[in-house]
Write a protein that binds this ligand. Structure first.
Ligand code: FMN
Length: 172
């Protein structure tokens, strides 16, 4: 029997943006960097992804709704989280602490649990000028959340953003 060290676990939170269907690229890149991955989609985001393909890619069911109290979570605790693509709606709710979906509730807990979190926003120029969005981004940055940019949306960028923080968190 080999004595492989346990892989770190990455939660990938997927929102309802037009590019969500390509999130498999992020998952594959993370797996190549030795992450185990679990996907949490927002309820709207579920309609933007191929759930069967992502289940097969990660080897775990996609989560979106809360589990029943008598059911065990199918995911271990997260060592890091990525929100990609991240919508205007989810970013604003997360910053405001409105935990009305499993996805946002999980993100809200990441701060208190000290879990490194990176975000790739998919927010168009008009929405990004809304004052609430600007304040949300500022607040999340102050909480230590690591932001990519809409102009340079690359799936691998999320892993690059996490790298320095994750080395500390999982003792790499
Ligand atoms: C085809 C399509 C593409 C969308 N793309 C985006 C997007 O890139 N960014 C965004 O903030 N909202 C986008 N939306 C709107 C969101 O889906 C909508 O605000 C939704 O409520 C977000 O839910 P969620 O944040 O819980 O995933 C899109 C909607 C549609 C129908």
């Amino acid at each position: 029997m080999t004595d492989q060290p346990k892989k770190p676990f990455l939660y990938v939170v997927v929102c309802a943006a037009g590019n969500a269907g390509d999130v498999g690229k992020l998952i594959t890149a993370a797996q190549e960097q030795r992450w185990d991955v679990g996907v949490i989609a927002t309820p709207q985001g579920l309609g933007f992804v191929d759930a069967d393909a992502l289940t097969s890619l990660t080897g775990r069911p996609i989560r979106s709704a809360w589990r029943r109290p008598d059911v065990t979570s199918p995911f271990p605790p997260a060592d890091a989280m990525v929100v990609a693509p991240a919508t205007f709606n989810t970013i604003n709710k997360w910053a405001a602490g409105i935990a009305d979906t499993l996805a946002v509730a999980t993100l809200c807990e990441a701060y208190g649990a000290g879990v490194p979190t990176a975000v790739l926003p998919s927010v168009n120029a008009a929405l990004s000028l809304h004052p609430a969005y600007r304040e949300s981004v500022e607040r999340l940055r102050a909480m230590g959340v690591l932001f990519g940019t809409e102009e340079d949306f690359r799936w691998e960028h999320a892993l690059e953003l996490l790298a320095p923080a994750v080395g500390r968190a999982v003792g790499r």
